[in-house]
Design a protein around this ligand. Sequence first.
Ligand code: BGP
Length: 474
Amino acid sequence: MNKNDYGFPDGFLWGGALAANQCEGAARENDKGWSTADALTQGVFGPVSIPPEGFYLKAEGIDFYHRYKEDLALLTEMGIQVLRVSIAWSRIFPNGDEEIPNEAGLAFYDQLFAETERQGIQPLVTLSHYEMPLHLATAYGGWQDRRLIDFFARYAQTVFERYKDRVKYWLTFNEINMVLHAPFNGAGIQGDPKEIDKGVLWQAVHHQLVASALATKIGHEVNPDFHIGCMIAGSPVYPLTPAPEDVLEAMRKDRDSLFFADVHARGRYPGYMLRYFREQGIDLEITSEDEELLHHTVDFISISYYMSYCATADPAKNIQSMGNIMSAVKNPYLEESAWGWQIDPKGLRYILNQLYDRYQFPIFIVENGLGARDTLMPDGQGSFTVEDDYRIDYVAAHLRQIHEAIQDGVEVLGYTTWGIIDLVSNTSNQMSKRYGFIYVDRNDDGSGSLKRYKKKSFGWYQQVIATNGASLFR
Ligand code: BGP
């Protein structure tokens, strides 16, 4: 890779990210089964509705299922090179435990990936982005059941073989470290995370880690050219003060996430986690076959990045700030979004360096963006737009820090901004929390034409891509 002072490396992949359950809609079309995402009709922390009842936005999403050609045409006009999407497992195996996949579900992604190929866009595909067939949650208790490893492996094998000529970049589980904080969202386990037995949760985590390694093994067998990555919610943890107790607390909290990358990159459990299990009396079932499988490490690490956190050992200083799925100690030096997420572009440079120092694996930033309320207004040319300078400022500041990290020597594969087209929020199930560079006319009550409009950020990002990042420094 050639680098210059104001550009990004040659081959750096610019793009956007979406997830099936937040954009596709068509919740029951072509024999799709219910997914756990359907059951969270009011957001990640709402009640679990089995079966899903009443109105919920994800049932129709932004109708990407029927409008993907129009959307890909707009994204091609923007110039993106990579589009992160996910496959809805419940389209392929509606119940999750069948032997034979649903042909109609497979056919949809055939068409989608044929279209990305036609448009010259590289797909980056997540196997499980916060969803799994709902039946696996109700009949098996989700990932606490070891049999899910085989169900997931069958699903992975099926889609790897089917799309091997059109998809090269894969991710196993979205934000796998969030299972601990939202167990139904991440692992189909019902109940309050604080009340679920720790042993049950960690056993589910272990099953997912083994399943991720097994999928990586299978993927490399199906096509040795595959690049398969893990995906963690990346939020570095700073000590609130230089008190040694705070520094240690920050290290401990940081390891809640780093642990997942450690296993994916090193192929074994780190000593600090074995100590934790010992001291908590958690006795996991880890077979020697599991240990063997974990050796199938990933090719790269991917992260979402929205914020950093602080940690303190002093309860009196523990003022909480809202975060993505989890909350943490508020950093007094940072501003926050309208949803209370603290904004810290430099934290992205920090975590990229931290991960690269730790593993020397290439890193892909597969989510980053600003959730904000937008106002649609006439664009003076007979259509509508959004003057979203706040979003441009946010993304530009983060991209400049990625550039810094690259100058620091970190190998960064690419950047896919989150929700490049407005979609349904994961935590709050709102449309009004918008991330896109493309506006979708849909409101929280489900009204709206679903028409797409280019925001100001559309043209701005088009320039960034066309200049390979150099326009960020003009
Ligand atoms: C990540 C999820 C995404 C996405 C994003 C923004 O945790 O991987 O699916 O939703 O956060 O979160 P939200 O939609 O809650 O604003």
